[in-house]
Write a protein that binds this ligand. Structure first.
Ligand SMILES: CC(C)=CCC/C(C)=C/CC/C(C)=C/CC/C(C)=C/COP(=O)(O)OP(=O)(O)O
Ligand SMILES: O=P(O)(O)OC[C@@H](O)CO
Ligand SMILES: [Mg+2]
Length: 233
């Protein structure tokens, strides 16, 4: 089985805790050419903020996925194509590997399993909120990261492996090593993509390039350039 992400070159991650630039709108966001919108962030997330962004994006054709950072922010919204739920392979606290997921299933009792998918994260920037939040061990070599990727795909049947450098541009050799290890899973790369060249460089190794902060810091034209870079890779 494989999901729609197998066709994605570019994902735009919208952080509901951050503003769009000046007079930009979610119409402009949808027009960047990205293949999918992922709605989520680590800090200060609430279901109300999630709801507001999904409402604003709902009128467009771009598929929208929620990426919840904890069970309390999950929303039920007809505009959502589904849920991309992180599991952090190198988390220091097992709560972020399976614990939160167990709690979610226990509390909800009626999960939309058919539209719920996991992303096997390897968190690699020790300064990112997500690294602190999950107490991730980011002191990893390219071989370590490749081994995590192999374990995710072959032992745990993960369809998405996500190398997360959130906030900083990562090491293309690490991304290449993980890519080399994978046969079937889709490799997401996220972190510090800021222009055509960086999107193209990471897109040469990863299947899918994820862009986040750039939307909030530089705006939709800068994001559109990264779409071009990811598509040309
Ligand atoms: C089981 C459910 C429903 C949720 C738990 C899901 C898990 C394990 C989350 C832990 C990892 C996490 C917080 C993922 C959120 C997505 C993410 C990495 C966003 C980027 O975060 P940063 O860029 O570090 O944070 P800010 O931009 O908010 O500072
Ligand atoms: O914000 P940036 O650094 O673009 O990272 C994108 C994404 O991987 C964050 O979860
Ligand atoms: Mg961020």
């Amino acid at each position: 089985m494989t999901g729609p992400w197998a066709q994605w070159d570019h994902v735009l991650k919208v952080d509901p805790d951050k503003e769009l630039l000046d007079d930009e709108t979610f119409d402009d966001v949808a027009a960047t050419g990205t293949d999918a919108l992922e709605i989520g962030g680590t800090m200060d997330m609430t279901s109300e903020k999630m709801e507001r962004v999904v409402d604003a994006c709902a009128a467009h054709d771009v598929p929208i996925y929620q990426e919840p950072s904890n069970p309390g922010v999950v929303i039920d919204h007809e505009a959502l194509s589904g849920y991309l739920v992180p599991t952090v392979l190198n988390a220091g606290d097992p709560f972020w590997i399976t614990g939160a997921h167990k709690e979610w299933a226990r509390i909800d009792g009626d999960l939309d399993w058919a539209n719920t998918h996991t992303e096997a994260y390897v968190v690699l920037n020790p300064d990112a909120s997500v690294a602190e939040y999950t107490d991730a061990d980011c002191d990893l070599t390219a071989d370590d990261v490749a081994a995590y990727a192999g374990v995710a795909e072959r032992m745990f049947g993960q369809e998405i492996v996500y190398l997360e450098y959130s906030g900083t541009y990562g090491d293309p050799e690490v991304v290449a090593a993980a890519a080399e290890e994978l046969d079937d899973a889709t490799l997401f790369y996220g972190g510090g993509i800021h222009d055509y060249g960086s999107a193209r460089e990471m897109g040469d190794h990863a299947d899918t390039v994820v862009v986040g902060d750039l939307l909030h810091d530089e705006g939709v034209d800068a994001v559109a350039e990264t779409v071009d870079g990811a598509k040309d890779a």
